[in-house]
Design a protein around this ligand. Structure first.
Ligand SMILES: [Zn+2]
Length: 275
């Protein structure tokens, strides 16, 4: 069996030896292969997040930071409430949420690390433009964390290599690709660790879908989401900085999908009243 077939086998079929490693993503029920201990990954991510806070310049824009924290709080609470109401295990029960705003106008990006560590760069605020736009970006990033995409990536990396370093966890082996498009000295640590590297297509699509759901549950107007991607495309033209689009390869298809999902998400996942 070649390596690719093996991967397909374990990720889709889940061999009996690896039965305990199989689970499904929340809401979408996509089968996932995860055997790396989540508590370990979250602890490693928290350590890196601390380093990022030390190394990067944190923004003094209190107004934007307050908005980010407010959106984050609403999403956190509505996610908690949703899983409680559905009598399902809350995938965020072990999260230690944290929200920061990094001063860097050159970077139109944001990320969410395992365990709910969210960072927004001031550069992306020009694209998000309003509260609903910011919620769309945060919802997408939060969805990566809620669906444990890094845990899947890490489990795959371990399976292939037998051993891995913290750099591998977030890199997905695409560090060189990022290096080409970024100035290493400005965001050295984050880029080296590949924290903003693209996830695979299924994970990206899942984050788009779940992102809409979490934004809707938190009471935001999700019709802003496809507009964000359109604005990204406009901003991205001719740019070589680490844009959201460079870590999130966009396509017309992505925007079409978002538009297809919007109405059903609004109907099926209306805002939850948080008491
Ligand atoms: Zn993404």
């Amino acid at each position: 069996m070649d390596r690719r077939k093996f991967l397909t086998y374990v990720s889709c079929g889940c061999g009996s030896l690896l039965l305990n490693s199989c689970s499904t993503a929340p809401i979408t029920d996509r089968k996932q292969f995860k055997f790396y201990p989540e508590s370990k990954l979250n602890a490693q991510a928290a350590q890196i997040f601390e380093k990022i806070k030390q190394k990067e310049k944190l923004s003094k824009d209190i107004k934007s930071l307050s908005l980010i924290k407010e959106i984050g709080k609403k999403m956190k609470e509505s996610i908690n409430e949703y899983f409680y109401q559905q009598k399902l295990d809350d995938p965020t029960s072990n999260f230690n949420w944290e929200f920061i705003l990094i001063e860097n106008k050159n970077i139109r990006n944001a990320f969410c690390m395992p365990g709910g560590k969210i960072a927004v760069f001031t550069g992306i605020l020009d694209v998000t433009k309003n509260e609903n736009g910011l919620a769309a970006i945060m919802g997408h990033e939060i969805a990566h964390a809620v669906a444990k995409h890094s845990l899947e990536r890490q489990s795959r990396a371990l399976l292939l290599q037998g051993t891995t370093t913290i750099i591998d966890i977030f890199s997905g082996g695409k560090i060189s690709q990022i290096n080409r498009t970024t100035r290493m000295d400005t965001v050295g640590l984050i880029q080296q660790l590949g924290i903003m590297n693209p996830f695979n297509r299924k994970q990206e699509s899942e984050a788009d879908y779940l992102g809409l759901i979490f934004s809707s549950l938190a009471g935001y107007d999700i019709r802003e989401a496809p507009k964000i991607w359109q604005r990204m495309q406009t901003y991205n033209k001719g740019k070589e900085q680490p844009e959201f689009l460079s870590t999130h390869p966009s396509s017309e298809n992505r925007i079409i999908k978002l538009n297809e999902w919007i109405n059903s998400v609004i109907l099926e996942y209306p805002p939850l009243i948080i008491s």
